[in-house]
Ligand binder design. Sequence first.
Ligand SMILES: [Zn+2]
Length: 232
Amino acid sequence: MRDMRDKRVLVITPHPDDAESGAGGTIAKWSSLGADIVLVVCTNGDKGTSDRNVSSQEIAATRRQEQLESAKVLGLTNVVFLDHSDQGIENGEPFRKELVREIRSHRPDIVLTIDPERKWVRHQDHFVTGRVALDAVFPYARDYLAYPDLIDEGLEPHKTLEVYLWGTDDPDTFIDIDDHFEDKINALYCHASQMSSSKADGTVRIRNRFSAYGPKVNAEVAEAFKRLELRS
Ligand SMILES: [Zn+2]
């Protein structure tokens, strides 16, 4: 098992609940192994209800609270809310600069985010978050002449050497989450406003889905990633 003590990890999630869904077991595991993990939540999820009696502001406030509860389950103490409107982020400024700011502030060894390149059906926020996070890692956070005003604020360039993408069509890295599957479920079910099935039914469904990857690492359940190594 790799040594995660004091490893700095930046998790960049499009919506509250996506990181848990794709990588909650891994986040809980790395956190328990001593990694220093910051969660950046890009949108506030304010379109995430079909209840016509609930306003955007109300669902956003609910989801913020749910995200904070979930972060506790995952062992995280640092959650950054960028607070973009759901379905409201675009590939470009100012979103890219915000992610560069987070990378240069937290200076991660590993960035964990969503794979932007789903072939057919994909949520635009998922595509934009994954794409812009990768662009922010390389080259924008790295380059001295990109965003010189951030350097004036003390945010020096930073090279991230590893990226893990969840929700990928092309996984090549599998992480045993047997000891943290329950954390994943508990964290996901903190997002009660987004859960359409009971916890018991959801647990069976999610276990089935992630048990497909278990045999890759001699585990019952595993999470799957595309891992990218960047040159130092
Ligand atoms: Zn999402």
